[in-house]
Design a protein around this ligand. Structure first.
Ligand code: 3UK
Length: 533
């Protein structure tokens, strides 16, 4: 192993001990990585295919690959020249999916920083947890999200150095006189490059550490073997870059192929439809809800430019896949991935797709179904999904490492059935995480937000099946004696949650109850609320 290039070794020092790490396998020729590797070199390779080639389409803007690299290199200089920055330092990246956010991602990586990208909609309290956990000193922040970051800065006393971009922020000024060339820091292939935070079932999010080589590994597994992108493709989609589904599908895969990235300039699925139409998108990444929304409100004529569509985040119902095929002639590539594994590890494309099944283990990965004792089950059986390959789970300083990794296998928390032909069929999530429109929502987090309202005595949140979103957040609320149940109060509680935590986590359904089912030790029994009344 090559020596680390990090001078700030906080992340390396807080990796799980070797005994708790998953087994890593590099069983394909394309997974043999050099000892020195900086994932930022993916951008340099794309530029080598032609500086003038289109990298990014955004509203009326077009960025060439040469321009994208020059901006990324200038940002790398800004960081490297900061007296408080040392390679290995965590850099918060907080912004929407825009050209500057992409440039900033590569700038941080080239300088040897560890990217901590966060969901644009997070509130200051949620950001503060991430900033404290990852001990973040530096930040590159889209002006549009300034308020939450200022709040997190006050709450944590960290984020000593923040550069703002967009709307005349100081990052543009700081980059103006920097050279357009930058010698990428010669990181070890197993130096950490990013920490992706999951929204966990408890209050403290889990930080998944990934190495420079892991960014290459998602290209050399799912993208190379399933997606097979061509340089003339135009990628687009909805997942934020902070979600590794979005980072891979909207940035890393297109850059690795020298293809173009198109970003909607308006949020939501209307923005997606508009971007597909305007930029003649060929390659789409979104969750099943996104496909249903496009079928509802986007003219099928607009979808004619599409060639490849990828769905992940939650199970793709066969009905959605079929409706999409009827409308567009395209079979959606479903794939299960996770923040811990960085990207997709079970999938299928083209004629290999079986509607309703997720697919087979992606080349480079091995997947099995295990029983409660960790024994592999025969084909035809249902059990816990276990996976290993070139990537895997490394939580930053977290006791929950041993929940995800057992005997060297990554246990995703999903229940799957393996059929006789090696296809994996999603059954359910083993825990009570709510997955709504592809976003994970931890029930206790929503409960805690509700409990902050003066009228609320007790709250329990479950995922209720929903044809549009997979699941929706449903809250059962016990009111304080002085409060009166009413429709107006339901709306008030919903608005209250939206103002307390990220708005997408709010309970779309609320039911008032006189009491909640509890065990004798006082623990809430959520499963009893899922039973039909
Ligand atoms: C569920 C799916 C059935 C499953 C992700 C692609 O979703 C991603 O990461 P998360 O950490 O959640 C992981 C969990 O989500 N899931 C995801 N995809 C599917 N269930 N079918 C699917 N196709 O419970 C999994 O354990 O938020 C997806 C790439 C990168 C990602 N981070």
């Amino acid at each position: 192993m090559a020596a680390t290039a990090h001078l700030d070794t906080f992340v390396r020092d807080n990796l799980p001990p070797a005994s708790q790490q998953p087994v890593f396998r590099f069983d394909l020729p394309e997974l043999q990585y050099p000892q020195r590797l900086n994932a930022g070199s993916l951008l340099d390779r794309a530029v080598a295919m032609g500086e003038q080639r289109t990298a990014i389409l955004y509203g009326g803007e077009t960025w060439s690959y040469g321009q994208l690299r020059a901006t990324a290199n200038r940002i790398a200089h800004v960081l490297a020249d900061d007296p408080g920055f040392r390679p290995g330092a965590r850099v918060l990246l907080h912004g929407a999916n825009t050209p500057w956010t992409v440039a900033a991602w590569f700038g941080i990586v080239k300088a040897g920083g560890v990217v901590v990208a966060t969901m644009p909609l997070l509130r200051s309290g949620e950001l503060a947890k991430v900033v404290a956990k990852a001990q973040i000193s530096h930040a590159l922040v889209d002006h549009a999200f300034a308020e939450a970051v200022e709040g997190a800065r006050l709450q944590t006393g960290r984020l000593a150095k923040v550069w703002w971009y967009g709307r005349g922020g100081d990052l543009e000024a700081a980059t103006a006189d920097k050279p357009a060339d930058f010698a990428n820091l010669e990181t070890a292939s197993d130096d950490p490059v990013l920490i992706a935070f999951t929204s966990g079932t408890t209050g403290v999010p889990k930080g998944c550490v990934h190495f420079h080589r892991d960014v290459l590994a998602m290209v050399d597994t799912f993208s190379r073997h399933i997606l097979k992108p061509e340089p003339d493709e135009i990628f687009c989609g909805t997942p934020p870059f902070a979600f590794t589904f979005g980072l891979g599908g909207l940035v890393i895969f297109p850059v690795a192929a020298g293809a173009a990235m198109a970003f909607p300039d308006k949020p939501g699925f209307d923005g997606l439809c508009e971007a597909v139409a305007r930029h003649k998108v060929t390659t789409l990444f979104t969750a099943p809800t996104g496909y249903r929304a496009l079928l509802k409100s986007c003219d099928t004529g607009v979808l004619k430019s599409l060639r490849k569509c990828v769905s992940a985040g939650e199970a793709l119902p066969a009905a959605t896949a079929e409706a999409w095929r009827q409308a567009t002639g395209i079979r959606i590539i479903d794939g299960i991935g996770s923040t811990e594994m960085i990207h997709i590890f079970i999938s299928a494309s083209g004629a290999d797709i079986r509607p309703g099944a997720t697919g087979k283990a992606v080349p480079g990965f091995t997947a099995e179904i295990h029983d409660e004792q960790g024994r592999a089950l025969e084909r035809g059986q249902t059990g816990r999904l276990a996976v290993r390959g070139p990537t895997g789970c490394r939580y930053l300083a977290d006791a929950r490492q041993t929940d995800y990794v057992k005997d060297g296998w990554n246990m995703t928390g999903d229940v799957y059935r393996l059929d006789q032909d090696g296809y994996f069929w999603f059954v359910s999530r083993a825990d009570d995480m709510i997955v709504s429109s592809g976003y994970n929502i931890g029930a206790p987090e929503v409960e805690n937000a509700l409990l902050k309202h003066p009228a609320v005595a007790e709250a329990a949140v479950i995922g209720q099946p929903d044809p549009e979103r997979g699941q929706i957040c449903k809250a059962f609320v016990v009111l304080k004696p002085e409060a009166e149940p009413s429709e107006a109060l339901k709306a008030e509680l919903q608005a209250f949650v939206k103002a307390t935590i990220a708005p997408y986590k709010y309970p779309r359904a609320i039911e008032f109850r006189a009491d909640l089912p509890k065990t004798q030790t006082g623990k809430l029994q959520r499963f009893r609320l899922r039973e039909p009344a």
